[in-house]
Write a protein that binds this ligand. Structure first.
Ligand code: C2E
Ligand code: CA
Ligand code: CA
Length: 546
């Protein structure tokens, strides 16, 4: 091929194979007829002489075909693996088809890669950006903040804020106006990029910003400045925005946790014009940690029987006889410390553990009633508080039935209390549950009536048996006697609807006298008795019957 060799003598099979290659196209083969080459074997000179003889004999017995195989195996076969050999073997048409197929595959792959990267960037946008305002989302904020904190030495603060009663704004001005307000808030903040380094809408009217500043005072100054601009733009100074500030002291903390701290600080403000900025401090942190501990040890305490039912007797307003009681949970820790429900009920409602706790209280009440019956004491109905969560539980009435039947307690001795607000929020579910409870023979009470925003109409809507007037009604400080008038009207209406009225929180005689005049049926409060333990309650019942 290069002109260095004129002739090569090779096996005809190998020659045929080589000549198919394009690079040898200018060569040709000449067949040497009658040219016999005797096969030879080369050996090392220290080979055992006996082997020569064997080889010399054997070599004559190798057929021509076998010989060709040996040659092919050691020459052509070696070349077979290389791509060029394969390409050489293929015809032009085949090569074109293969190229087209390969090209199509490459184009398809490129298309897929592009589509994937487009959808990845869409997902990223969705994750990173808030669709309504175009600001960062919480995820985007977290990512950007942690990136920034790792290479920016400045002092930073996280501020979480929301617009007080934003739902009302939506109702009053419409959702479009509401959305415009949210977008405007972002625009105003983004117009102050130097001070508000990052800004995100977390959800609804909840925002979070990252501020670079040297002190709390400076942060508050900036917040007030933005606050004023928003109110000015809205031409509405009555709008209240609540802010919570967390100073980033520990940069290793997850950004989500930092936002939570700013939010915890925000929860401490009252939402009025003079108290709308909350600062995060260790007391908040301690309380939140304590909250966490309360939630985490609830199950164990329940198993240990640390939750016990106290009983607050209820008295007939006229005869002053004990006619019923309310079961109130008390958490008595192993060290004897007593924790009151206001400290843990809300937390257990958040964690969902309240369901177990309420059923546990019902069980204690059932046991108590059973024991009294067995001891020959004539029991009076005991009301049990149930959290609104039970209204979402389809098997609620069944669970109550199971418990009362387990202790063979006549159903009229159990009264079920739901708060007014729980009932209003779940009107439809409540109606069904009340019907089912009545069918099973239980009494149903509406607790804390008057504490929410419901109208008197709700008493007509729901067929409860008992209305418990909220404790707040007993504060007759109002010299115009408006409070008294409300109490009077509620009792009057309840009477018309044949409902039993219970006044809670009665502490002094004038309250009792007034309620009597109004026609209130039952009195519950410190005037007669505080909530007492089971044994004390039993003694009270006994002294009544005796
Ligand atoms: P509530 O159902 O309105 O219970 C009445 C609360 O008023 C009780 O507080 C009681 O001790 C208090 N009280 C009674 N008479 C007076 C009085 O004359 N003056 C004053 N200042 N207070 C009086 P307690 O026991 O701390 O319970 C607070 C709330 O915790 C209850 O309010 C109820 O909403 C909830 N709760 C209590 N036990 C349970 C329970 O087993 N399950 C659920 N879900 N909630 C419960
Ligand atoms: Ca109650
Ligand atoms: Ca109440």
């Amino acid at each position: 091929e290069t002109g260095k060799v004129d002739q090569v003598m090779i096996n005809s099979l190998f020659a045929e194979f080589m000549l198919k290659k394009r690079k040898y196209a200018n060569l040709s083969a000449v067949m040497l007829q009658n040219c016999l080459f005797e096969p030879c074997v080369g050996v090392r000179d220290d080979l055992d002489p006996r082997l020569y003889t064997i080889l010399n004999r054997a070599i004559f017995f190798i057929s021509q075909a076998e010989m060709n195989n040996i040659i092919i195996k050691n020459t052509i076969d070696l070349q077979e693996g290389s791509i060029m050999t394969i390409v050489d073997k293929l015809s032009i048409d085949t090569i074109i088809v293969v190229c087209i197929v390969l090209l199509s595959i490459i184009v398809l792959l490129l298309f897929l890669i592009r589509a994937r990267s487009q959808s990845m960037s869409k997902i990223r946008t969705i994750l990173y950006q808030d669709a309504l305002t175009g600001a960062l989302s919480q995820f985007g904020f977290e990512e950007e903040t942690s990136r920034l904190l790792s290479n920016d030495e400045r002092k930073f603060f996280i501020v979480d804020f929301d617009i007080s009663r934003f739902e009302n704004y939506n109702i009053l001005h419409g959702v479009t106006q509401g959305n415009a307000l949210l977008c405007m808030t972002i625009q105003i903040i983004e117009g102050h990029k130097d001070e508000f380094v990052l800004c995100a809408r977390i959800y609804a009217d909840h925002f979070v910003v990252l501020i670079a500043a040297d002190s709390y005072e400076l942060v508050i100054k900036r917040i007030n400045c933005i606050d004023a601009i928003i109110k000015k733009e809205l031409k509405d100074s009555s709008i209240i925005i609540n802010y919570g500030i967390y100073e980033i002291v520990n940069r290793k903390l997850a950004v989500k946790e930092m936002i939570d701290r700013a939010r915890a600080a925000k929860r401490t403000v009252k939402g009025n014009a003079s108290n709308y900025i909350g600062l995060y401090d260790s007391a908040i942190h301690d309380k939140e940690r304590e909250d966490g501990e309360i939630i985490s040890c609830m199950n164990e305490s329940l198993a240990k029987g640390e939750f016990t039912s106290y009983y607050q007797p209820k008295y007939d307003a006229h005869t002053e006889k004990l006619v019923g009681a309310e079961a109130l949970v008390r958490w008595v820790r192993q060290d004897g410390k007593m924790i009151f429900p206001d400290r843990f009920i809300k937390l257990f409602e958040q964690s969902g553990q309240i369901i177990e706790l309420d059923i546990c209280m019902l069980e204690q009440v059932c046991k108590t009633q059973r024991d009294f019956i067995d001891d020959g004491i004539n029991p009076v109905p005991i009301s049990v508080n149930f959290s609104p969560i039970h209204l979402y539980d389809r098997s609620f009435v069944e669970s109550v039935n199971q418990m009362t039947d387990k202790y063979r307690v006549p159903h009229h001795l159990i009264e079920i209390e739901f708060t007014e607000s729980a009932m209003i929020e779940n009107l439809k579910a409540v109606k069904n549950i009340i019907t089912a409870l009545h069918r099973s023979g239980y009494l149903v009470a509406m607790d804390d009536f008057g504490s929410g925003y419901s109208s008197l109409n709700v008493l007509k809507e729901l067929s409860v048996d008992v209305v418990k007037l909220d404790r707040e009604f007993m504060k007759f400080e109002d010299k115009t006697q408006k409070g008294e008038l409300v109490v009077q009207s509620v009792i009057k209406l309840a009477k018309k609807l044949s409902l039993v009225t219970v006044a809670e929180g009665v502490e002094i005689e004038p309250q009792l006298d007034f309620l009597r005049i109004c026609g209130c049926d039952i009195i519950q409060g410190y005037y007669f008795s505080k909530p007492v333990d089971r044994d004390t309650y039993k003694k009270m019942l006994l002294s009544r019957t005796n």
